[in-house]
Design a protein around this ligand. Structure first.
Ligand code: NAD
Length: 321
């Protein structure tokens, strides 16, 4: 749910879902949907119930939460049509945003980078664009590893504190409905200003296409973990790689959500979901980094190739192809 989402963006996100599920060895993906509305002001219950009725007959489509929606939204859909994942615990779900599954996966990707490049997470300066479900969980799990969040933003503004922002306090501020810039936990700034703050890890966790060939030069960081879907264009990712920045693409780094959703769908537990996210993100990040060393191509190309190989292998079992 976003006020400015486009049909083309939804096509591209649907494709990303196919690739991400393939990389997680899951037989899902291929679809995405969007609601044009401002999640801060919309009547979410009414919108979700109407949305549910509009997809009632698309029985292969199982909705899960994403930007601007959460487990409550999934519960309304479930109430209308009897299918959705990322449900509240009381409905037998694994509330993936409450658990912070995608942010957990991003921290696991950081662990792999840290080990391979001897890059310490203790004291690492983190900048997170978008202090939402993904961004705040990534900040929390990285803080547990000794890193500090020095800047973040939401759609209304930014916040900077070189000494480190209190992630739990900022989470409470957001839950109370205020903006990060009003939190008093650092210096308020414009939301775009956080992009050129020097960091060790930059996590885009808001909207697609925020870093392009035209603005990649403002980033001063060592590692980028793509929390959002398609936040960095392929061309920009190639230039960032030439600049020596390590980039872990979305379909590898942010797969925690789809893995958790599939685990819920299979009736498994929260612990199984955490274990699967850890194992899958570790394996894929390791494979990516090994292949990048040999293949010398942009990281998005390599991740895409890895996903396509798995899709081709899966498709080889189909008849009449
Ligand atoms: P969310 O709605 O919980 O949070 C998004 C945050 O980004 C909010 O703080 C919002 O104010 C901020 N934001 C919106 N527009 C912005 C802009 N133009 N500039 C700066 N900040 C802006 O959403 P989320 O679930 O955390 O998802 C964030 C991104 O991660 C999306 O791209 C989503 O598709 C992707 N993603 C989410 C999950 C998941 O598990 N929720 C999984 C994989 C990928």
């Amino acid at each position: 749910m976003a006020p400015d989402v486009t049909t083309e963006e939804v096509f591209r996100l649907a494709r990303a879902m196919t690739l991400k599920n393939a990389l997680a060895n899951l037989p899902h993906g291929g679809a995405k949907s969007a609601i044009i509305a401002d999640p801060m002001t919309a009547d979410k219950e009414a919108l979700m119930r109407e949305f549910a009725l509009s997809i009632r007959t698309l029985t292969e489509y199982i909705p899960g939460p994403d930007m601007g929606t959460d487990e409550r939204c999934m519960a309304y859909i479930y109430d209308e049509i009897g299918r959705a994942v990322g449900l509240p615990t009381v409905l037998g779900g694994l509330p993936l945003d409450q658990l912070g599954m995608t942010g957990f996966g991003l921290a696991i990707a950081a662990d792999v980078v840290s080990e391979r490049f001897n890059f310490p997470l203790t004291g690492a300066r983190i900048v997170v664009q978008g202090f939402g479900n993904v961004g705040r969980a990534a900040a929390k799990f990285l803080k547990e590893r000794g890193a500090k969040l020095i800047a973040t933003c939401d759609s209304k503004g930014g916040l900077y504190n070189p000494k480190g922002i209190d992630v739990l306090a900022l989470t409470s501020v957001k839950e109370s409905g205020s903006c990060v810039s009003e939190s008093g936990l650092g210096r308020p700034c414009e939301r775009h200003e956080i992009l050129d703050i020097e960091s060790d890890i930059f996590i885009p966790a808001a909207r697609p296409d925020v870093i392009t060939e035209d603005n990649q030069n403002i980033l001063r960081t060592r590692v980028i973990l793509e929390g959002a879907n398609i936040p960095i264009t392929h061309a920009a990712a190639g230039i960032l790689q030439e600049r020596g920045i390590i980039l872990i693409p979305d379909i590898i780094a942010n797969s925690g959500g789809v893995i958790c959703a599939a685990t819920e769908y299979q009736g498994q537990t929260e612990q199984v979901a955490f274990d699967r996210v850890r194992a899958t993100v570790t394996e894929n990040t390791q494979e990516l980094l090994e292949r990048l060393q040999i293949e010398k191509q942009p990281p998005h190309e390599t991740a895409l190739q890895m996903a396509k190989e798995r899709i081709s292998a899966a498709m080889s079992y189909r008849a009449h192809m």
